[in-house]
Each structure stands twice: as C-alpha cells, then as structure tokens.
Design a binder for this molecule. Structure first.
Ligand code: FAD
Length: 317
C-alpha cells in the first residue's frame, strides 16, 4: 500500500497519518510505504514511519516547492510506476481531491473518494462513503485491481506515534518537466488560527450574526475552547466573513468532535458540510429552525445573550 502524504508549511496534515492507519488496515500485515514531497524530506520520512509506514520515499525538488496539479501528478506517477503498489491512499483535502483523480486517470484505475470508514470483509475491502450531500452512506467494495481511495479527515483515527519504529527513508529523484503553471507567490489567508478541516471544535456563525464585527463574539469563545471559526454561506454572502470560512456543499466539509452552529438556519447545503460532526450544538432564536433537527443539543435564544454567557462560564472551567 502506498500513502501519499500532504505537507503544509513544513508539517504533515493530520489526515496523512490517518491515511497511514487506513493503509495499515487494508494491507493487513503487508507493506505500507509513505511518499512525501517537501523540504527537510528525511525528517518527514521518519515521521511517516513513526505513524505506521514500513518505509518512506521522499522527494525534494525546487519545482515542487508549491503544489501544482501537473508537478505533483508527474512526481507521484513516477513513484507509482516504480513501486507498483496494490493500493494508494491519500487525504480527501483540496489537494487530494485534485491529485487523486488525475493519478487514477493516468494509471487507468478507479477511485473511491471521501471514505469515512474502512473494513476488511474476508478478501474484500469495504469503504463507507457519504452520498447525497451526507444524507446517506454507501458501502463500496473494490473487488479487483488497484485499491485507490481518498479518506475524509478526522474519521479514521491515526495510529499512536511510535518514534521507536524503524524503516528505510530513501530520497527519490523525480523528473518534472513542461510545467504550465508556475506559482509566483502564495498569499496566506489567516482568517482563523486553527485549520477548519482538521479542527476538533468548530464554532460557525450564520446570517444571524448580523455583522462582521459580531464575529468577534465567536472568536472570543473560540479562544477559550481552542476552536476554529467557520461560517455559513449566508454569512459569507453578507460579507460578514471570508469565503475561506464557508462550510457546506460548496464550502469545506468538516467532521469535528464538536460543532456549534450559531445563528445558522440549517439549510441542506450547509448541513452537507457538517452533518458528520460527532456532537452538534445549535444556538438559534427560532425554535422551528431546521438546524435543531440534526442538533444533539439546542439552545433556543438570542445569540447575543447566549454566546457571551457561554464564554464567561467556560472561562471558569
Ligand atoms: P439564514 O438562513 O438567513 O439563517 C439565519 C438564522 O439565524 C435563522 O435561523 C435565524 O432564526 C437565526 N438568527 C437570527 N438572529 C438571531 C439571534 N439574534 N440569535 C440567534 N439566532 C438568530 N450555504 C452554506 O452554508 N454552505 C454552502 O456550502 C452552501 N452552498 C450552497 C450551494 C447552492 C447551490 C445553493 C443554492 C445554496 C448554498 N448555500 C450554502 C446557501 C444555503 O441554501 C442557505 O442560504 C445558507 O446556508 C443560509 O445561511 P444562514 O443559515 O446563515 O442564514
């Protein structure tokens, strides 16, 4: 099994470790190989081994300093050709969603995307994945050929880190040519300190926040909880916050342990992006709001009263 790791700002995305755990399950005792592109590649390779890889292939290349679909696809295609794996797993992130179908098309394989669970049933591998915007789950079996899948972050637990594990870390030279895209500058959007797609607690504000300045209430609560702040499209459309914060069908899909929806009505397109959260708390002044239908806990009240009180109380804990 081959796991393609993903690095951001020099650090692995957590989903890469979750992908290693998924690959370990599927390999059922067989070899798990990690592949990663990034600077300080040898320490990245060692990290992959600590999280379950038996060996790691690392690529350091000037032309691959930033992600480009063609550059990464060329590099990882060469890894696949060399390794000839029986399966490939990567995170269902913005990069994974872009790269996996490109690679699958190039090697002529199918792709199971956005898996939230993996089980072995005899010789078969059973993937569970959400369909109809998360309203239902389907089980997909890969009967033969290469097992190629992306996994949704925060669903398959990573293995415990074990610095004592040993395995070969090998630098791999790849040839990257004729790139049509050149990244000249990466402009970072620092809308929230905690990465939404990997946050274990998310507080999301909707149109009920009534203004961008009121999002500060959510940031104050987020600071106490160590949470990330997200938003509905209603809030983004109203210019209360950046579209990078949008959660839902056309925004980010998140799976935190705790999702607090504040002043959000619960439209199906929003729910599509957060319904797999483990515990959902809704705060809304309308007792009929649809969000209460999927919430585990609900507070019917004015968010401008509830949120400051909640922040105050949680500060005491
Ligand atoms: P509203 O529906 O206006 O709800 C505001 C809520 O705030 C109400 O329930 C109200 O009772 C409550 N409220 C108001 N004041 C207070 C107060 N003082 N205290 C407590 N509660 C209060 N939406 C997304 O979120 N994500 C998507 O990715 C997305 N994709 C879409 C894709 C398509 C193709 C389409 C057509 C729509 C999409 N939408 C998406 C939009 C979606 O349909 C809704 O319009 C949007 O989610 C509504 O945002 P909202 O809940 O913040 O606003």
């Amino acid at each position: 099994m081959l796991v393609i790791g993903e690095v951001r700002d020099g650090e692995f995305r957590n989903v890469s470790f979750e992908a290693l755990a998924a690959a370990t399950t599927i390999a059922a005792g067989g070899e798990v190989v990690g592949a990663v592109i990034g600077n300080d590649a040898s320490s990245l390779g060692k990290k992959m081994i600590a999280y379950g890889a038996d060996r790691a292939l690392t690529i350091e290349n000037e032309q691959l300093k930033s992600y480009t679909p063609e550059g990464y696809a060329q590099a990882m295609y060469q890894v696949i050709q060399q390794e000839n794996p029986d399966g490939i797993i990567l995170g269902h992130t913005a990069i994974g969603r872009d790269l996996a179908p490109k690679l699958a098309a190039r090697i002529g394989s199918g792709l199971v995307s956005d898996a939230v669970a993996i089980e072995l049933a005899g010789d078969e591998v059973l993937f569970t994945r959400p369909i109809y915007s998360g309203k239902a789950f389907e089980k997909t079996v890969v009967k033969d050929g290469l097992i190629f899948a992306t996994i949704r972050p925060n669903n398959i637990p990573a293995l415990e880190k074990d610095e004592g594990r040993s395995g070969e870390v090998r630098a791999l030279a790849v040839e990257v040519k004729d790139l049509q895209t050149v990244i000249k500058e990466v402009v970072k959007n620092t809308v929230s300190g905690v990465d939404l797609s990997e946050a274990s607690i998310i507080i999301a504000g909707g149109r009920g926040m009534k203004g961008s300045e009121n999002f500060q209430l959510l940031y104050d609560l987020a600071e106490v909880l160590g949470a990330a702040v997200g938003a509905s499209r209603g809030a983004c459309d109203a210019d209360y916050c950046d579209y990078a914060m949008q959660i839902g069908q056309t925004g980010k899909v998140v799976t935190p342990d705790l999702y607090i929806a504040v002043g959000i009505s619960g439209a199906i397109q929003h729910v599509a992006g957060m319904s797999s959260s483990k515990v959902i708390v809704a705060i809304n002044k309308d007792p009929e709001a649809e969000i209460f239908q999927i919430a585990d806990y609900g507070i019917v009240g004015d968010l401008f009263e509830v949120i400051p009180k909640l922040t105050e109380e949680l500060k005491k804990v």
